[in-house]
Design a protein around this ligand. Structure first.
Ligand SMILES: Nc1ncnc2c1ncn2[C@@H]1O[C@H](COP(=O)(O)OP(=O)(O)OP(=O)(O)O)[C@@H](O)[C@H]1O
Ligand SMILES: [Mg+2]
Length: 315
């Protein structure tokens, strides 16, 4: 026991999800088995749905806590970048004998891709303790990519403490979740995020026909539709929110994560849900202007300005 209680920082949202290293390699063609090929170039980016949302939200002035398992090799400069952006990294846990989750994406000149994903400790999350700090210090707990077996334990802990829960399995809804694990998480959720394809899988799991079927389970449903914008479903209302044009379109990676980051940054500022969705659109429009999800983070002022310029001012 420490003799003196250190005041704990209050966070708006505890974000559970991946923190990854993304390596993109270009090859002239994909090699046949038992052959080698020279790489033409490779670039490495900081990524992971959890870290992306937390980093971008913090850069917009929000207070996220990141709850994520990485390996003992996790680069110190990545942790420093998260911390200095303003992310509470207390629950960014280095796990012994594991390597950091890594996504190796190999692309050929036709822009076809092959990806190798090393989940590192995220795959075995169920073995690890509930990262309680991110729940205890936050009003809302966000469950992004990661194992539902682990997240259902954390969500039960969060529910008992009266926290709001956001469910956002992202692409993993298709191959990590199934009907049962999705139903279990949905039962505890208050808000859900999905893109169009993820929404279709969610509806299949619950046997629903229209997006509104999810409102039997959550109070708010946010559906993103790429450059067509996003949709906000709340009990008695529906709102279609436009996407904001980027200055140039370079790489869509991280559009979804930055949308959530902008959404939460606005929510923490007490904005209405429609304004949160607009802030999400604006945040995403910056992130797709450069390669990687954490390379072009907007400030809150930049978000406001882009909305203003496009006739959607929220200030
Ligand atoms: N080409 C684009 N132009 C402008 N805004 C975009 C574009 N693509 C995405 N966005 C913004 O980002 C939001 C999220 O994008 P999208 O629906 O593609 O998410 P996603 O499929 O989860 O993407 P990813 O998982 O690859 O990040 C959209 O609602 C929109 O506001
Ligand atoms: Mg996504």
């Amino acid at each position: 026991m420490r003799g003196r209680q250190v005041a704990q920082r209050a966070n708006f949202v505890g974000i559970f999800g991946h923190t990854t290293i993304d390596r993109i390699m270009e090859v002239p063609k994909f090699p046949e088995p038992n052959t080698s090929i020279e790489v033409r170039g490779q670039r490495t980016y900081r990524g992971g749905t959890g870290a992306n949302i937390a980093f971008l939200m913090a850069r917009m002035g929000g207070t996220p806590a990141l709850a994520s398992f990485v390996g003992e090799d996790f680069p110190k400069d990545y942790e420093d970048a998260l911390r200095s952006a303003g992310v509470d990294v207390t629950d960014l846990v280095r796990c012994e004998k594991y390597s950091t989750p890594t996504c190796m994406i190999v692309t050929d000149p036709d822009e076809r891709q092959v990806a190798y994903i090393d989940q590192g400790p995220m795959r075995d999350a169920e073995r690890f303790e509930v990262l309680a700090h991110s729940v205890d210090t936050s009003k809302l707990v966000h469950f992004g990519t990661g194992r539902p077996e682990y997240y259902s334990k954390v969500a039960a802990y969060a529910t008992k403490r009266g926290k709001k829960i956001a469910l956002d399995p992202s692409q993993e809804i298709h191959y990590v979740y199934d009907k049962r694990s999705f139903a279990q998480m949905l039962e505890m959720a208050d808000i859900m995020f999905a893109n169009g394809a993820e929404l279709a899988t969610a509806l299949e799991y619950i046997g629903g026909k229209s997006p509104r079927a999810l409102l039997d389970h959550v109070d708010v449903l946010v559906v993103t539709r790429g450059k067509r914008g996003s949709e906000l479903y709340v009990r008695d209302s529906f709102d279609a929110v436009p996407a904001m044009p980027p200055r140039r379109m370079v790489d869509p990676t991280g559009a979804g994560d930055s949308y959530r980051a902008g959404f939460y940054a606005a929510w923490e500022r007490g904005r209405e849900l429609t304004e949160c969705a607009l802030a999400g659109s604006a945040a995403a429009s910056f992130v797709i202007e450069s390669e990687g999800a954490q390379t072009n983070p907007p400030t809150w002022d930049a978000v406001l300005e882009r909305l203003r310029k496009n006739g959607c001012a929220i200030d």
